[in-house]
Design a protein around this ligand. Structure first.
Ligand SMILES: Cc1cc2nc3c(=O)[nH]c(=O)nc-3n(C[C@H](O)[C@H](O)[C@H](O)COP(=O)(O)OP(=O)(O)OC[C@H]3O[C@@H](n4cnc5c(N)ncnc54)[C@H](O)[C@@H]3O)c2cc1C
Length: 424
């Protein structure tokens, strides 16, 4: 079993982006995940002199470690969003995710990025009988509000056509969602950004940022870069050189396993519609097929950061849950297991704006495949003084009390959610 992401191993070239760093640039993008890549592409396409530095390899963190689910819909239930923010804001937030999925489809088509993009819908599966009513309420509100009118509720018997597992009680189908191969997509974005003139420098870590007249000096492990402006696109990896972000982004571990290739007939019997799937538990699971007929199965197996020990332990936990869900997969080999940090914000909303003159986009809270790309574009447009449509731009973002980058409270949150999953 490899303890590294399938997405960076299968179907992608070993091409590296190791330009020499320049002494000066107009915009320095820090972070080579989906946010940084899409911002760099947008800036370079508009003729801006842009350099992207990435401390590891392109897509080496969350952007190449996720489930490859490009879902519409907000993380929070739409009804709760309406209660918290009012109908008009909730609608804006929800529609932003719809358009973020459309945006990926359009980019894939226009830039001709081969990345197995498929608009096959998301099925949210009720893990307990009591959750069926909740899905029904969500279906009703999404239909009546008109934000996702084609959403359908599938009964337990409807699920027989959808999934070869009898552990679920109903499903909510949201047809606008998609899946893609994130490794191929990220490499594709990087290539086009370079063709448009962006300079991408892997293995270049920003270590210190100093304000100087007309811009910034950024100290990296490969030398000093002078820049007029900075975009911080450092996600949830916790390596940002700016303390301000460490007090606001919470890195939460999530883990993924990928099986060996299944026979095509086994895979299509298991999940005939090859959608993206999530369940309704707080500490839930997500899964999907890959284009070479493997099952990818993920979840918050452990409240831990990714390292070889916790990856191995997570592989054991996830394999057990996978075979409880699909007993027919007992004995199937697991070829990959990896973990990554989800970039949570306290209110689980994306964050885009400017702090002390440094621009940022992050905090997608586990829904970043589509939103990181959209937010990278939006913040790039904002930096150029153009009109943007992000409902989150420049929203206030408070520091989390008693938090400086080490999420000491996560075990307590974990216990709370475990308890809620037992009683709810
Ligand atoms: C296991 C897992 C599963 C997920 N599943 C899904 C999913 O199925 N669907 C979905 O929508 N979302 C999912 N997400 C969330 C999604 O992957 C992220 O929200 C998204 O990729 C964030 O992109 P980003 O570019 O902002 O951050 P990242 O991809 O984390 O990129 C930030 C980059 O900045 C670099 N960096 C950090 N500090 C420095 C520095 N000082 N100098 C230079 N570079 C630096 C890092 O090395 C990193 O590559 C998942 C996340 C994880 C971890």
């Amino acid at each position: 079993m490899k303890l590294s992401p399938y997405w960076l191993d299968i179907g992608v070239s070993e091409q590296r982006f190791t330009n020499a760093i320049t002494d000066s640039t107009d915009v320095l993008v820090i972070g080579g995940g989906l946010t940084g890549l899409s911002a760099s592409l947008t800036l370079a396409s508009k003729g801006t002199n842009v350099t992207l530095i990435e401390s590891g390899e392109i897509a080496g963190e969350a952007s190449g470690r996720n489930g490859g689910q490009c879902n519409n819909g907000t993380l929070q239930d739409y009804g709760s969003l309406v209660k918290l923010y009012g109908e008009s804001k909730a609608r804006e937030f929800y529609l932003a995710y719809n358009s973020a999925v459309d945006n990926i489809e359009q980019l894939v088509r226009e830039l001709e990025i081969e990345c197995d993009f498929r608009r096959n819908g998301k099925l949210k599966l009720a893990s307990k009988p009591g959750h069926v009513e909740r899905l029904k309420r969500t279906r009703d509100v999404l239909q009546t509000s008109g934000v996702d009118p084609d959403t359908k509720l599938l009964s337990k018997s409807d699920l027989e056509q959808e999934i070869q597992s009898d552990v679920y009680f109903a499903g909510l189908l949201q047809p606008l969602s998609a899946t893609l191969h994130v490794g191929k997509f990220c490499k594709g974005l990087a290539n086009v950004a370079e063709q448009k003139g962006a300079s991408i420098c892997e293995f270049t870590q920003a270590q210190k940022i100093v304000k100087v007249e007309n811009g910034w000096l950024v100290n990296t492990n490969r030398g000093m870069i002078r820049t007029k402006s900075i975009l911080m696109a450092t996600g949830g990896s916790g390596n940002t050189p700016a303390h301000w972000f460490k007090r606001r982004v919470i890195p939460v571990g999530s883990f993924v396993i990928v099986t060996e290739p299944l026979a095509e007939s086994t895979a299509s019997a298991l999940l005939p519609e090859a959608r993206s799937y999530v369940n309704t538990l707080n500490i839930g699971n997500y899964f999907r097929l890959t284009s070479d007929h493997r099952l990818l199965f993920g979840g918050r197996a452990k409240f831990a950061v990714s390292n070889p020990k916790s990856d191995h332990q997570s592989a054991t936990i996830l394999t057990k849950t996978m075979t409880t869900t699909f007993p027919q997969l007992k004995g199937v080999g697991v070829d990959y297991c990896w973990g990554g940090s989800v970039d949570m914000s306290a209110d689980r909303m994306p964050k885009l704006g400017q702090c002390n003159g440094i621009y940022y986009a992050m905090g997608y809270s586990g829904h970043g495949v589509q939103m990181a790309v959209q937010s990278g574009q939006e913040i790039a447009k904002h930096m150029l003084g153009e009109q943007t449509s992000s409902p989150w731009l420049n929203a206030p973002w408070k520091a989390i009390p008693a938090y400086t980058g080490k999420p000491w409270f996560l075990p307590f949150v974990g216990w709370y959610y475990q308890f809620m999953d037992k009683v709810d």
